[in-house]
Ligand binder design. Structure first.
Ligand code: HEC
Ligand code: HEC
Length: 327
């Protein structure tokens, strides 16, 4: 009996050591994407123009990295451009990208953070920052964004760094990896160009199904259903963008698609407060209304090339009847 107990004790001890070893490795040796590249981005006029378009709209950087009034229709900005936002998602701020936040970062450190998700101090960033997509982008696009970010005016304050709970505290370190940079296809190759734009804009970060921990469920990209709770007692769900005729964009023509995006240009600069229980949306319609008809058309071509998936999504729901009734 004693012998069995001793062997069991040894076995448990050995397993514990292995587990501690693995966790120690994940915590101290990862993320491992190498040092930041030695890089000096020249701010040419072409880069500044392209970088502004990408940072503002095409890659959504400054949509996430600025604060918004979530009680107004489509969340108009309510703080300085690029100064970050506390509690972008619970417990995670978007950092300040003006010189107040990244003034002492090198171009290489910015490039590494944007494309691999490793911050200046070596910590792994929360994957809500779409570095998985940006790592596949054309490095020239990232250089353009960096050149433009350097023109932002100092504003706001340094945002707090997040502290992650167990087990995410460990998992987050396993996520950054070296990526193979892509090449921006020529716009005449409509399908490949559309795919590149949809990837750059991280459409599938939102238009996806997620598990109860918030991790995307593989294979559900573009089928929609991710929920966004709004502070006015409602929740909106992302739409199915696959070409399913009943539950997705199957019946939309290219002209419908372009018109829908362009129709939101009228909301630029408008601040429309909502009452409790009224529909609000997380979709960055106003920013995307700046995309050209050619770019929107290419995105449509790509989305219509996807496999149609039947997945019906409710658009919005009132989640807190008390708040809605108090209205
Ligand atoms: C969907 C929202 C979202 C988008 C789009 C986005 N970011 Fe982020 N970004 C975040 C969040 C959230 C963090 C913080 C994660 C953390 O602290 O763990 C972050 C972190 C960063 C950091 C690290 C800063 C630091 O202090 O550690 C940089 C640099 C950055 N983002 C730049 C960009 C650029 C450039 C783009 C566009 C190419 C971009 N981001 C697009 C949400 C976003
Ligand atoms: C930050 C999250 C987010 C991102 C990023 C996002 N969407 Fe959305 N989208 C939503 C939500 C939420 C809805 C549903 C509410 C609505 O219609 O406004 C939606 C709705 C839509 C609709 C309307 C579908 C319908 O049936 O009415 C289309 C089309 C669409 N998105 C396309 C896109 C494309 C293309 C991209 C990338 C360029 C994208 N979205 C990026 C959140 C997002």
């Amino acid at each position: 009996m004693k012998k069995v107990a001793r062997i069991t004790g040894f076995a448990i001890g050995a397993i514990l050591l292995v587990v501690l070893g693995v966790l120690g490795y994940i915590k101290f040796a990862l993320p491992d994407v190498g040092p930041p590249p030695d890089l000096k981005v020249d701010a040419t006029q072409a880069r500044l123009e392209r970088g502004e378009h990408l940072a503002m709209y095409g890659m959504g950087c400054l949509h996430c990295h600025s604060s918004h009034d979530k009680m107004a229709f489509m969340h108009p900005a309510n703080g300085p451009l690029g100064a970050g936002q506390a509690d972008f998602i619970p417990g995670v701020a978007t950092p300040n990208l003006t010189p107040t936040g990244i003034g002492d970062w090198s171009d290489g450190e910015l490039f590494r953070a944007i494309t691999t998700g490793v911050s200046k101090d070596g910590r792994a960033l929360h994957p809500v920052m779409p570095y998985d997509n940006f790592g596949q982008a054309d490095p020239e696009d990232i250089y353009a964004v960096i050149a433009y970010l350097r023109t932002l005016k100092s504003a706001g304050q340094v945002q707090a760094k997040p502290s992650f709970d167990f087990p995410f505290y460990f998992i987050v370190n396993t996520m950054p990896e070296k990526r193979t940079p892509g090449k921006r296809p020529d716009s005449s190759d409509t399908l490949a160009y559309g795919q590149y734009l949809v990837m750059s804009a991280s459409c599938a970060h939102c238009h996806v199904q997620r598990d109860d921990k918030g991790a995307p469920i593989p294979g559900t990209e573009f089928t929609g259903g991710m929920a966004f709770e709004q502070p006015n007692g409602t929740v909106c769900y992302t739409a199915n963008l696959t070409p399913c005729p009943e539950t997705g964009l199957g019946k939309w023509t290219k002209a419908d698609f372009i018109k829908r995006f362009k129709s939101y240009a009228d909301y630029e600069g408008k601040h429309l407060p909502l009452k409790n229980g009224e529909f609000n949306t997380e979709m960055p319609w106003v920013g995307f209304s700046h995309l050209s008809e050619e770019d929107l058309g290419a995105m449509y071509t790509y989305l219509h090339s996807l496999k149609p998936v039947k997945h019906s999504v409710e658009k919005y729901r009132k989640v807190d009847p008390k708040m809605v009734a108090a209205n």
